[in-house]
Design a binder for this molecule. Structure first.
Ligand SMILES: [Cu+2]
Length: 336
């Protein structure tokens, strides 16, 4: 009897599809334009098709682009970046929902550009899109480097932006071509960090761009996220350690909605608006941000476990802007 039960249990386990198997089952969709696309139906690990783009929110989270570094005759550090804009990529943003993303260097958000105050930042910008685009950096720079009155034409147009990195803080960059909402909401934005000369305290650093996706073009967002893919960090929790300083560069790029916010569970954080001052303005578990408002959050967890972070604008969190920190005890993390 026991043997029979064991055999039955074995059979039962054998026929149950694992999560991995489920993710490997491809489904075929025909789009309204007649295109044939494949999806696993699991947006957090989509199957990409030709002309689609690949984006890994976990890789993006801690990926900083410091540029090609050289030293000028006077000792100044020059950081050179090549940024290419495109507007023909397709991305699966929710199961079966394919969206035309406009990208800087092939992703939404674009690369996180990072320099130290006083460095020279040189951006070799190439517009391989079908529309006019620019790069407009927040921060301090000459008028002709503002990316507003210097349109860069499609199909290979070029422009070189050059300016001294400053002020210290976290700033957005984005295309500044009209209609601006359209160029931003399709994805032409990213983060620009200016580090102080005397560097910040060592930390586990990450970037979170709060964004929205208007997939039916009615000037309202259908999905919300931290780093583009709805619910990504809920399905793939961000692993951190107790008693380790966590620093998040957070930037709100949500269009159409006047506010967004960031609530952290089981903890409070020091918040530096725009990251421009070295003394935090708030110690809180909740900040509210308007378009392009941004700042730096710093915190440590004392207790291990699973903690949510999300928009306390519940509509946003229920449409994707939610995630989890999986906090491990620092002792158990050693050597792992
Ligand atoms: Cu544009």
């Amino acid at each position: 009897m026991i043997l029979a039960l064991a055999v039955l249990a074995g059979l039962f386990v054998a026929v149950l599809p694992s999560v991995t198997d489920a993710q490997l089952i491809e489904k075929i969709f025909v789009t309204h334009t007649g295109g044939v696309v494949k999806t696993t139906g699991e947006v957090i690990d989509p199957v990409y098709v030709e002309s689609s783009m690949e984006f890994d929110p976990m890789e993006y989270l801690r990926d900083f682009d410091y540029g090609e570094i050289s030293t000028l005759a006077d000792g100044t550090i020059l950081r050179e970046f090549t940024i290419t804009a495109e507007d023909d990529k397709i991305m699966e943003v929710a199961p079966g929902v394919f969206y035309n993303v406009w990208t800087f260097n092939g992703t939404v958000p674009g690369p996180t550009i990072r320099a130290t105050e006083g460095d020279i930042v040189r951006i070799n910008f190439i517009n391989n899109g079908s529309k006019t685009h620019t790069m407009h950096f927040h921060g301090i720079h000459p008028a002709e480097m503002d990316g507003v009155f210097e349109p860069v034409g499609p199909n290979g147009g070029k422009f070189t932006y050059e300016f001294v990195a400053g002020p210290v803080g976290v700033h957005p960059y984005h295309c500044h071509v009209m209609p601006l909402e359209e160029h931003i909401v399709h994805g032409l934005y990213g983060v620009y960090i200016v580090d102080p000369k005397e560097s910040r305290a060592p930390a586990d650093e990450m970037v979170m761009v709060l964004n929205g996706l208007d997939t039916d073009f009615d000037t309202e967002n259908n999905f919300y996220a931290a780093n583009t893919i709805p619910f990504y960090y809920q399905h793939h929790p961000i692993q951190i350690n107790t008693n380790e300083l966590i620093r998040i560069y957070v930037v709100n790029m949500v269009e159409f909605d006047p506010i967004n916010n960031f609530h952290l569970h089981g903890n409070l954080y020091h918040y530096y608006p725009t990251g421009t001052y070295s003394v935090p303005s708030f110690y809180t578990d909740m900040i509210t941000l308007s378009q392009t408002e941004r700042g730096i959050m710093e915190f440590e967890y004392i207790y291990p476990g699973k903690y949510l972070f999300h928009a306390h604008k519940v509509e946003f969190s229920e449409k994707g802007w939610t995630g989890i920190f999986l906090v491990s005890d620092e002792d158990s993390a050693v050597g792992s």
